[in-house]
Design a protein. Structure first.
Length: 324
């Protein structure tokens, strides 16, 4: 009885917030695991690039013979992992260093290893203290995408210069990735006279650049606490919910006609929420320079966005395949 009364007088202490405590060992461990996961995934992409002129049966035979242990494949896979990690790390350091500049408490980057087509689900930092001014929020939001895009551009350029032109690959034997405008523009500088019946097989460095551009576009969605959500809130204030809701509806529409993954992305947006924490000072204008930077970031989103990151996997096409 006495014990029950004491619990009423002295409420239970809440457990510490997960990100309050530094866990450098976890940051390092996830970083190493992500290097390994991107390297393992890169083995397949590297072998596909090196033997792009072979038939699918020949490639399968080479795989069975242990071609993934070939030093050339291993080297290219290491390059893919290194380039992709540098792009992702640059993106997160853009956020982290901005937080340090404004003395905002934030964690070190957490990388997410995953057995996906690219070997990871990206990375993130967790902000642990409130943001007092919308100028800080704006700078924090644009720093990551700007850094990631700047690092992805040379990867795309160098990688495309080393990419191969091969006879068209049957759709049943390969995955076909969507092309953002920036890739089409750079690709046009290297591949001007490619007629029908041919495909371009991306060098692993170009594929890492493609992933970096895709990550930039995804983070610039103006919803919740994504980078685009920070920028949108800093620019529009409480009215930022309007573009957030528009993008939520668009994600459902795009899943039907372009890529079913947008449906998952829309559900994730709903789980994370459309709301954004308010900043203490919302009255001070952003200023002309930041507005211009915002326009540049919007342009980066336009040239980086890929309606169908994986072609042929829209909801309509999948329904036709499984329910003819």
């Amino acid at each position: 009885m006495d014990e029950d009364k004491s619990q009423g007088l002295f409420p239970a202490v809440k457990p510490p917030y997960f990100f309050e405590k530094k866990r450098v060992w976890l940051n390092i461990g996830l970083f190493i695991l992500t290097i390994l996961s991107t390297f393992v995934v890169g083995l397949d992409w590297s072998a596909s690039y090196l033997f792009a002129d072979r038939s699918s049966e020949q490639v399968k035979a080479l795989m069975a013979a242990g071609i993934l242990k070939d030093p050339k494949v291993i080297f290219l896979s290491l390059i893919y992992a290194a380039v992709l990690i540098v792009i992702l790390l640059g993106h997160e350091l853009g956020h982290y260093l901005t937080c340090r500049y404004y003395r905002i408490s934030a964690t070190l980057p957490y990388f997410i290893p995953a057995p996906t087509l690219i070997g990871t689900m990206g990375a993130f930092i967790k902000i642990k203290s409130p943001i007092s001014k919308k100028q800080q929020l704006f700078d924090l939001g644009v720093a990551g995408p700007l850094a990631g895009f700047i690092l992805a551009l040379p990867a795309l350029t160098v990688g495309l210069a080393m990419s191969k032109v091969v006879l068209a690959i049957p759709r049943a034997e390969a995955l076909f990735f969507g092309e953002p405008l920036i890739l089409k523009f750079i690709g046009s500088l290297f591949f001007r006279n490619i007629g029908p019946g041919y495909d371009i097989v991306l060098h692993p460095v170009a594929f890492a650049g493609w992933v970096g551009v895709l990550v930039t576009a995804l983070n610039l969605f103006p919803v919740g606490q994504l980078d685009g959500g920070h920028v949108s809130y800093a620019v529009f204030g409480p009215k930022f919910k309007i573009p957030a809701r528009v993008f939520l509806v668009l994600s459902i529409i795009m899943s039907i006609f372009f890529w079913v993954g947008w449906l998952v992305w829309g559900l994730l947006i709903l789980v994370l929420g459309l709301k954004h924490p308010r900043v203490l000072d919302e009255s001070t204008p952003l200023g002309t320079v930041r507005i211009m930077i915002g326009l540049v970031v919007f342009l980066i989103f336009i040239v980086s966005f890929i309606p169908a990151p994986l072609k042929g996997y829209d909801l309509i096409s999948l329904i036709k395949v499984y329910w003819p």
